[in-house]
Design a protein around this ligand. Structure first.
Ligand code: NAD
Length: 284
């Protein structure tokens, strides 16, 4: 029997709990948590994501400010805005929507965000804390996958987990979080040979490759948990990195696309913003 993981329902449940806590803590502190989202340019997918984040913020009772900057924005202009947001006491979280236009130095921008307001968890300071096992702001997508494991009672300790993809946004932090959960972790990437046979030993597969339907039935051992992080547009439809119908019968748990990991990413952004708010206002 295969359980389909309902990320949409779980994401909404988490967001509902966050909204309750926001109301309570805001009353004590005398202000709402503030999230600043910075969008540079007109990338259509980024605009959709930013609109979704803004809506989620308002529903959770946050103050949301979206800064929409032109495609021709320079690195210095963006750094000046981040500097203002870093200094603004009413802003608890700063998120710069990626990708940025080519002329902008992405690293310099991300590294300029105050680590305490780094709700995406991409600043090297937070990456370091994640890797040495400290509590900090964790990247939203892999953190959302960890919440799925927790909520569905999927045990990680002693399990073989394979992460396909080694990006700083998903693959690497995912591997780090799985390791913290005491899984034995293998990372596969574009240079890895025979990924199918490596995955065949996995109790848990997390696919974050960006190639539609990359993971097929020959990757999956009977009873494996398959988490599909991929979001690819094929003929106007959203498709994951897993060939869902091919692997379905072999899995104990599987995430659909859409409705699996995607909604968890937004929920964890709200979670991180509330966490940052509570830390900054000494409510822990
Ligand atoms: P990325 O392009 O930065 O990284 C892809 C990784 O896949 C790389 O590390 C690369 O080594 C590996 N890879 C590429 N080709 C490969 C191959 N042939 N075999 C094995 N590995 C290969 O992408 P990303 O930002 O990590 O995103 C991965 C996917 O997840 C994308 O589809 C993206 O849209 C999606 N994504 C979803 C969410 C969400 O909220 N669900 C968030 C972020 C990214």
């Amino acid at each position: 029997m295969t359980t389909i993981i309902d990320g949409k329902a779980l994401g909404l449940k988490i967001r509902g709990k966050i909204a309750e806590e926001v109301a309570e803590v805001s009353r004590k502190v005398g202000r709402k948590p503030g999230l600043a989202v910075v969008l540079v340019g007109e990338d259509p997918a980024s605009q959709v994501y930013v609109n979704m984040k803004e809506k989620a913020c308002l529903e959770a009772g946050f103050n949301s400010s979206v800064y929409r900057l032109s495609q021709s924005t320079t690195t210095d202009e963006l750094l000046n805005l981040i500097d203002e947001l870093n200094k603004n006491d009413g802003i608890d979280g700063i998120l710069v929507q990626l990708p940025l236009p080519e002329q902008i130095d992405e690293k310099e921008v991300l590294y300029s965000i105050d680590p305490k307001k780094d709700v995406d968890g991409f600043h090297p300071f937070n990456v370091g804390l994640l890797n040495i096992g400290e509590d900090t702001l964790f990247p939203c997508t892999p953190y959302g996958v960890m919440k799925i494991f927790e909520e569905y009672g999927i045990e990680l300790s002693g399990k073989n987990a394979v992460v396909i993809g080694r990006s700083n946004i998903v693959g690497k932090p995912m591997a780090s979080l799985l390791l913290r959960g005491n899984a034995t972790v293998t990372i596969c990437h574009s240079r890895t040979k025979d990924i199918a046979s490596i995955c065949k030993n996995a109790d848990i597969i997390v696919a974050a490759v960006g190639i539609p339907q990359f993971v097929t039935a020959d990757f999956v051992k009977d009873g494996a948990v398959v988490i599909d992080v991929g979001i690819n547009r094929v003929d106007g439809k959203l498709v994951g990195d897993v060939n869902y119908s091919d692997v379905f019968d072999k899995c104990s748990y599987i995430t659909p696309v859409p409705g699996g990991v995607g909604p968890m990413t937004i929920a964890m952004l709200m979670f991180n913003t509330l966490k940052s708010f509570k830390t900054r206002t000494h409510q822990y």
